[in-house]
Design a binder for this molecule. Structure first.
Ligand SMILES: Nc1nc2c(ncn2[C@@H]2O[C@H](COP(=O)(O)OP(=O)(O)O)[C@@H](O)[C@H]2O)c(=O)[nH]1
Ligand SMILES: [Mg+2]
Length: 322
């Protein structure tokens, strides 16, 4: 059967019953956006906060994909059904290519669902494709869902708006921890990983992180009862990866016990709703600008005959109450 010709209602049913091609097709539609994607969102919305969602972020080459492949291999070994959404066009996440024979990835991939999210289209599209894809995977019975994103300097997706637990991966080397700090990753990390701990300087990187955490602790953090742990890993041989999995679970437990899980779910929901409103506003603004009257007003602004403030109000006469 060709899943391409099937209506989304049927695809959602098949996906829930374990049909992986149907799940893949749903993800493709969600990535593309549009009315069918919205329809899928309506059919799966009950799963918005059903699965555990873990974000893994860090600079390109930090070893995120290698770590993720290890983590999901461990989850599968524990009897879980994890899925991965990787937003990293530079290195598509296929376990076989990443870990070779070190882990039997073909076995892992027969249980887990691994997907590289295509980043075609505008940034808002990606911001919606992530929660949409997460929901499709949750409705298909996958849990937890791991989202890999490139997070330093070239943030495409605010991972904290998509995940309940955020893992920030850094590597030993001059100022990597400092870079992460500058990129704002220190505040968003629930778990730190110093990956490539087999390389020189790993302890220095850990110390840098500890110092910066100490400072941010003094200046006051969101949650005084939780301190993000710093884990050391070698994702090539897998050492330390089990401890990372335990730290992720411990953070989850903290969210549940402190009642903060509901806050994280609300943060995700607010971001998704806001992104949808913004996307509609963008289209409305573009349409307003495309009219003949708008064109001549813009020309008048360019010629210095009309103030931009006047033109903006005239083209789009809706104001927030100030
Ligand atoms: N020495 C060492 N190399 C690693 C480790 N983890 C990953 N790598 C290598 O680092 C490179 C980038 O890894 P990748 O997982 O694609 O990084 P990503 O861009 O963050 O997803 C690859 O050549 C990996 O084999 C590690 O713990 N130690
Ligand atoms: Mg990667």
């Amino acid at each position: 059967m060709n899943v391409r010709s099937l209506p989304v209602e049927q695809l959602v049913e098949m996906s829930a019953a374990g049909d992986r091609r149907a799940t893949g097709r749903l993800l493709t539609i969600v990535e593309r956006g549009g009315p069918d994607a919205d329809h899928i969102t309506e059919l799966t919305h009950a799963f918005s906060s059903r699965a555990r969602v873990v974000g893994i972020t860090g600079a390109p080459g930090a070893g995120k994909s290698t770590l993720v492949a290890r983590l999901i291999a461990g989850l599968v070994a524990d009897g879980e059904h994890p899925a991965v959404l990787a937003v990293d066009p530079s290195s598509p996440l296929t376990g076989g290519a990443i870990l070779g024979d070190r882990v039997r990835m073909s076995e892992v991939e027969s249980v887990a669902f691994i997907r590289s999210v295509a980043t075609r289209g505008h940034a808002g599209g990606l911001a919606l494709a992530i929660p949409g894809g997460t929901r499709v995977l949750a409705a298909a019975g996958f849990d937890p869902i791991v989202i890999e994103t490139v997070g330093v300097g070239q943030v495409e997706v605010d991972i904290t708006a998509a995940a309940d637990t955020t893992v920030v991966v850094v590597t030993p080397g001059m100022g990597d921890a400092v870079q992460a700090n500058k990129a704002g990753l220190l505040e968003v990390a629930d778990v730190f990983v110093v990956n490539k701990a087999d390389r020189p300087g790993a302890d220095d990187t850990r110390r840098d992180l500890e110092l910066m955490l100490e400072l941010s602790h003094v200046t006051g953090q969101e949650d005084a009862t939780y301190r993000p742990p710093i884990m050391m890993t070698n994702s090539l041989d897998g050492s330390g990866v089990g401890a990372v999995a335990a730290a992720i679970s411990a953070h989850r437990l903290h969210l549940v016990e402190s009642g903060m899980l509901a806050d994280r779910h609300e943060r995700r929901a607010r971001f998704e709703v806001a992104t949808r409103i913004q996307a509609r506003l963008d289209i409305t603004v573009q349409e307003a600008l495309a009219g003949d009257d708008s064109m001549s007003l813009i020309r008048a602004v360019a010629a210095g005959q009309v103030a931009p403030t006047t033109a903006a109000l005239s083209i789009f006469p809706f104001s927030p109450v100030l």
